[in-house]
Design a protein around this ligand. Structure first.
Ligand SMILES: Cc1ncc(COP(=O)(O)O)c(C=O)c1O
Length: 388
C-alpha cells in the first residue's frame, strides 16, 4: 500500500546525504573525540566542523554551540541552567512539554512562573511580557514556532524587551530551525534550542546556542566535554549528521526552496477547507512556518480521523494527549480559545523535504471521503444537520 507521511513535526526521515555523512563515524572513524591519537583527532575535527555548520545556520560563533541529546535536553539545560529558587520566570501557555513541564518543576523548586496567554491566532502579545516583568525576573522562555500550529511568535520584539530589561531570553526553536531563517543576533536571544530529528538528522541529537558570557549551571557532571557545559562522550555520528542537516537546511533556505513547501501546504489546506464543510485552519492569519497546518473538522473525533486516514495510508496527527484513559484536548488549541470539542476535532498536517505535490494529491484523494464517512456515523453531526 502506498503511504504518505505528513507528520514531520513529530519526526523527519534522515535525508540520504545526512545518512551518508554520518555512516563512517560508526565504523572507520570510530575514535573518541577526546583521545589525542589519530582516531580521536579525526572525530574531533568532524565534531568541530559540524559545530561550525550549526553555528552558521544560527548566525553565531561555533564556541557558542553546545551539543545535547535533543531538544528536550537543550530546553532543560537552558531553563535549569539559569533559574534558581526565588527567581521569576516568564513563559507562555503554548510551550512544548519540554518547556511547560520544566517550568512546572521550577515552581516546585521555589521559582515563580508567569505564563502569558495567546490570542485566537496563537500569538503571544509582547506587551503582556513587558507587563509581567518584575525585579526578580531572571529568564523569559518563549518558543519560536509552535509544534502544533506552526505559528511563529514575535521573538524579535520579545528579544528587545529582554535586552532592555537585562533579562535572559531563551527560545525553543526546535520547530523553526531549517524552516525559517534564524539569526540569534537579530532575535537578541541568549539561548536557543534545536533538535536534529525535526530537521532530517536522526533522533537523539540536538544543540543549545549559549551566548558567550552566559553562565549556565550544567545538568550533567563528568568530563570537561562541550567546554564543561555538558559532560559525556560526544555522539559523534549524531553531531556529524546534525552538521550536515544544518548545512543542507541553510542552502535550502538561502535558495528559497521553502516557498515550494509553503505552496504545497497552502494548496492542501485550501482544498480541504473549500471541499469540506465545517472545517477551518487553527492559527490562520498568524505568521507560520511553511510546512505546518492545523485544521479542525467539526463533529469528528480527531483520533478517529487519524486512525481512519492511517488505514488509507496517510500519516497525520492530533495534538491531543491520551492521559488516564481520557483524551485531553490540546493545551495549545484550548489556550487559543478553541472549545474542547473543536480542539479534539483538530488534526496537524506537517510536510517535510521528502514530500511532493503527488503526496498532496494523495492526501486530497483520501481526506474528504474519510471525513464524510466518519460524519455519517456521528450522532452529533446528524443532529446538527437536522437542526440546520
Ligand atoms: C517545540 C518543541 N520543543 C522541543 C521538542 C523536544 O525535542 P526532542 O524530541 O528532540 O527532545 C519538540 C519535539 O516535539 C518540539 O516540537
Amino acid at each position: 500500500m502506498r503511504r504518505v507521511y505528513f507528520d514531520n513535526n513529530a519526526t523527519t526521515p534522515v535525508l540520504p546525504e545526512v545518512f551518508e555523512a554520518m555512516r563512517p563515524y560508526y565504523s572507520e572513524h570510530f575514535g573518541n573525540a577526546s583521545s589525542i591519537h589519530h582516531h580521536g583527532q579525526e572525530t574531533r575535527a568532524a565534531v568541530e566542523r559540524a559545530r561550525e555548520a550549526v553555528a552558521s545556520l544560527l548566525g553565531c560563533r561555533s564556541s557558542e554551540i553546545v551539543f545535547t541529546s535533543g531538544g528536550t535536553e537543550a530546553d532543560n539545560l537552558a531553563i535549569f541552567g539559569l533559574a534558581r529558587p526565588g527567581d521569576h520566570v516568564i513563559s507562555s501557555t503554548i510551550e512544548h512539554h519540554a518547556v511547560l513541564n520544566s517550568s512546572k518543576q521550577l515552581e516546585a523548586n521555589g521559582c515563580e512562573v508567569t505564563r502569558v496567554p495567546v490570542d485566537g491566532r496563537g500569538l503571544v502579545d509582547p506587551d503582556d511580557i513587558r507587563r509581567a516583568l518584575r525585579s526578580e525576573t531572571k529568564l523569559i522562555s518563549i518558543m519560536m514556532a509552535n509544534n502544533e500550529t506552526g505559528v511563529l511568535q514575535p521573538v524579535d520584539e520579545i528579544g528587545k524587551i529582554a535586552a532592555e530589561a537585562d533579562i535572559y531570553f531563551h527560545t525553543d526553536a526546535v520547530q523553526a530551525a531549517g524552516k525559517v531563517p534564524i539569526d540569534v543576533k537579530h532575535i537578541a536571544c541568549d539561548l536557543l534550542s534545536i533538535s536534529g530529528h525535526k530537521m532530517h538528522a536522526p533522533q537523539g541529537i540536538g544543540a543549545l546556542y549559549v551566548r558567550k558570557g552566559t553562565l549556565l549551571q550544567p545538568m550533567l557532571y563528568g568530563g570537561s566535554h562541550e567546554r564543561s557545559r555538558r559532560a559525556g562522550t560526544e555522539n559523534v555520528a549524531g553531531i556529524v549528521a546534525l552538521g550536515k542537516a544544518a548545512e543542507m537546511a541553510k542552502t535550502a533556505l538561502d535558495r528559497g526552496d521553502l516557498a515550494r513547501m509553503a505552496a504545497m501546504r497552502d494548496r492542501l489546506q485550501g482544498e480541504i477547507t473549500s471541499q469540506i464543510t465545517a472545517t477551518g485552519v487553527n492559527g490562520y492569519g498568524a505568521p507560520r512556518v511553511p510546512n505546518t497546518t492545523n485544521i479542525y473538522f467539526d463533529y469528528i473525533e480527531g483520533e478517529a480521523l487519524v486512525i481512519a486516514l492511517d488505514l488509507k495510508g496517510l500519516a497525520v496527527s492530533t495534538g491531543a494527549a491520551c492521559s488516564s484513559g481520557a483524551i485531553e484536548p490540546s493545551h495549545v488549541l484550548t489556550a487559543m480559545g478553541l472549545k474542547p470539542d473543536r480542539a479534539r476535532a483538530s488534526l496537524r498536517f506537517s510536510l517535510g523535504k521528502q514530500n511532493s505535490e503527488d503526496d498532496v494529491d494523495f492526501a486530497l484523494s483520501r481526506i474528504p471521503a474519510t471525513v464524510a464517512h466518519l460524519r455519517e456515523l456521528s450522532p452529533v453531526y446528524n443532529k446538527a444537520a437536522v437542526s440546520t
